[in-house]
Design a protein around this ligand. Structure first.
Ligand code: CMC
Length: 374
């Protein structure tokens, strides 16, 4: 008799966590008890990164110290920089992020030390260096000179500066910061579960984050923000949107940026990101994507009762900010490093090897026939 299979671990609770929760009483994603949208309104990304990693919001002094460490660690080794210069220009930046973190693991003096103190030090290095590695690749593949990080700039400002050579309007920086806050953590999603699974064999944090990046790349997870932009580019103009989405649904297509395993009546991050998408569109004086956005969303809700997830507004927002589409998911990475790391620390603190079972449906027992008799 076949065992009771829970494909996709649907509805299975596999462990406890203190990092985040979608709280039904406020219908919102919360980090360490704080609503993500409240954090967006009152904090900068670095404060939220500190909260996710350390459990509490920082005092001014603690934030200053956290920022000091992050800014100090923003340098890449010669080997890593040379490697990035030699990566194929056509590489997907997610593969660049994955390989860069892997190389950081080769170089880190504390790779083998899984104590929480060493892990926190390693997190700060991965957190600070990954955006620098990505921005370097951003420039290199365009044939442009690499821009060194600037320690006077915040995390978000510095990323813009290293990619584009300048810091944009403060509304744009705030919208980017908000997107990083909203992307920072989401409990046992597939990439976080991957990181925890790797950690559960007592492997190291660089390996766990490398695996998590590979997992995030998929279009059913982080890759959806890129797919949303491909969809909007196919639609081209608002006048085409209604026909396009109706045809897609007639053909039973999966529409990227919609649906969620946890939220069935709307992702609590979407209203905040939608608001900042609008602010960015206003600064950029480009309302085209907002119009397409609204039409597709309306049809998805009317015809399927499926609501947008956070990847739906972030895709066109990053596009308006000037990022290449294949950099959208890597931006998700530079934020989610915080959530993954908090889970890796939590897994180490109360570890149990993750080892589920499978229901075997292969051939019954048989004897090996030697090669010359087959
Ligand atoms: N477009 C069209 N139909 C959909 C969609 C969608 N985006 N999402 C769900 N459905 C339908 C699905 O076809 C199924 O219909 P039926 O019962 O007739 O077969 C029903 O809704 C239930 O969907 P499901 O795929 O069984 O639900 P799930 O919880 O396994 O999947 C999901 C969740 C995110 C994989 C899925 O909604 C999806 O593929 N969405 C598009 C990709 C996407 O936007 N991913 C980002 C997720 S959120 C951010 C992140 O984690 O990175």
């Amino acid at each position: 008799m076949a065992e009771d299979i829970k494909k996709g671990l649907l509805g299975i609770v596999v462990d406890e966590t203190e990092v985040s929760k979608v709280m039904p009483e406020i219908n919102s994603l919360t980090y360490r008890g704080y609503a993500a949208q409240d954090l967006c309104a009152k904090c900068k990304f670095e404060e939220v990164a500190y909260l996710i990693l350390n459990g509490e919001l920082p005092s001014e002094k603690q934030l200053k110290n956290f920022e000091k460490v992050e800014r100090k660690e923003r340098n890449l080794s010669k080997t890593l920089l040379e490697s990035i210069k030699n990566f194929p220009k056509k590489s997907h930046p997610m593969d660049v992020a994955r390989t860069a973190v892997s190389i950081m693991g080769l170089e880190d003096k504390e790779t083998k030390d899984n104590s929480s103190e060493a892990n926190l030090r390693k997190v700060m290095r991965i957190f600070a260096k990954t955006p620098v590695a990505l921005a370097a690749f951003y420039r290199i593949r365009k044939g442009k000179k690499i821009i060194k990080p600037k320690s006077s700039l915040s995390f978000s400002e510095n990323f813009f500066y290293m990619c584009f050579g300048k810091v944009p309007e403060k509304e744009i920086v705030k919208a980017f910061d908000v997107s990083l806050i909203l992307y920072a953590e989401h409990s046992f999603n597939v990439s976080t579960f991957t990181a925890r699974t790797i950690t559960s064999s007592l492997s190291d944090i660089h390996g766990a984050i490398t695996g998590a990046i590979a997992s995030l790349k998929g279009p059913l997870h982080g890759g959806a923000n890129e797919e949303v932009m491909h969809m909007m580019n196919k639609i081209k103009k608002p006048e085409n949107a209604l026909n396009w989405i109706n045809n897609a649904l007639d053909q039973k297509a999966v529409v990227m940026g919609f649906g969620h395993r946890v939220y069935k009546s709307g992702d609590s991050r979407v209203p905040t990101m939608r608001e900042y998408f609008s602010k960015v569109a206003k600064v950029k004086k480009d309302k085209k994507f907002e119009k397409i956005y609204d039409i597709v969303e309306k049809v998805m809700i009317e015809r399927k009762n499926i609501h947008p997830n956070v990847d739906y507004p972030t895709g066109p927002t990053y596009h308006l900010m000037g990022f290449d589409t294949d950099f959208f998911t890597p931006i998700f990475v530079i934020s989610r490093i915080t959530g993954w790391s908090a889970h890796i620390l939590e897994q180490h603190a109360a570890n149990k090897l993750i080892r589920p079972l499978a229901s075997y449906k292969g051939s019954g027992y048989r004897k090996v026939v030697p090669l010359n008799q087959r």
